[in-house]
Ligand binder design. Structure first.
Ligand SMILES: Nc1ncnc2c1ncn2[C@@H]1O[C@H](COP(=O)(O)OP(=O)(O)OP(=O)(O)O)[C@@H](O)[C@H]1O
Ligand SMILES: [Mg+2]
Length: 243
């Protein structure tokens, strides 16, 4: 479960709020899609709810734990897949996963069996013994997904997770999100690809210029507006030209 209450953030020297008074509740068992044009505030929101950035005001709770008051306990519950894949290029895939697992307190056979399971799912078994520096963009993305899961998080946060994945891996990832949510966990992911959001999300929010402009189930959004999600998205974000 993720809760954000009246969360705002302005970057130094910026004249507008990157995130403006955002309140959202995302339940366990839910895949929640966070949609918005470039520069809308998606990554800033995600960085705040994973504890990378501190909000100027407002409160964030992960499974009832306030991230400002108990950052380590809150972060231990989160698996995060960032939108960039700056990784330790001189480590091998296996070394990286062991390093991440150990940091989260997962070791030995538990760690090994989780690495083996996810490597098999994403067809990364043969690549793991190689240096990360030799990986393609998609392989780094898959490694990042595996690294976010080795500590068995309750909340999975992904920033533009399908970018760069081939169709098989994208399908696999969408299936994994569904399974993870069906097990009672929470998935929060950002995207500007409407098709993906339409296919996998239980509920969506649309953010534009830092402000929440819609949040509901897809069915309700569609029936209230009698238009496709794409036309709705284009209409309500039409003043938010790309930066
Ligand atoms: N480090 C930063 N310093 C200053 N301004 C920033 C910084 N990061 C983001 N911004 C600004 O904050 C706003 C929100 O950016 P953010 O990265 O959260 O958008 P986004 O929705 O993730 O966009 P995209 O779809 O392009 O990834 C934008 O106006 C952006 O220019
Ligand atoms: Mg972003």
């Amino acid at each position: 479960m993720i809760r954000l209450y009246n969360v705002s953030k302005t970057y130094a020297k910026a004249n507008a709020k990157a995130v403006d008074d955002l309140t959202l509740e995302i339940n366990s068992g839910e895949i929640f899609g966070f949609l918005g044009p470039n520069g809308a505030g998606k990554s800033t929101t995600i960085k705040m709810l994973t504890g990378i950035l501190t909000p100027d005001s407002g409160t964030i709770e992960i499974d009832g734990i306030n991230i400002a008051e108990n950052p380590l306990r809150a972060k231990a519950l989160i698996g995060f897949v960032p939108d960039n894949h700056e990784m330790y290029e001189t480590l091998k895939g296996t070394e990286y996963l062991k390093f991440i697992g150990t940091m989260y307190g997962v070791t030995g056979d538990t760690l090994k069996s989780r690495i083996d399971k996810y490597a098999d799912m994403f067809e990364m078994t043969d690549a793991l013994p190689n240096l990360i520096g030799s990986y393609s963009h998609g392989m780094k993305q898959k490694l990042s997904v595996i690294a976010a899961l080795v500590h068995d998080p309750k909340v999975w946060v992904l920033d533009e997770p399908l970018t760069g994945l081939d169709p098989q891996s994208a399908f696999q990832l969408k299936q994994m999100m569904r399974k993870f949510a069906d097990e009672g966990n929470t998935v929060f992911f950002s995207s500007h690809v409407i098709d993906v959001v339409e296919k996998v999300c239980d509920r969506i929010a649309i953010i534009n210029r830092g402000k929440l402009v819609a949040v509901d189930t897809l069915e309700n959004i569609r029936s209230d507006n009698k238009v496709s999600l794409e036309s709705l998205f284009l209409t309500i974000t039409s003043d938010g030209e790309s930066k």
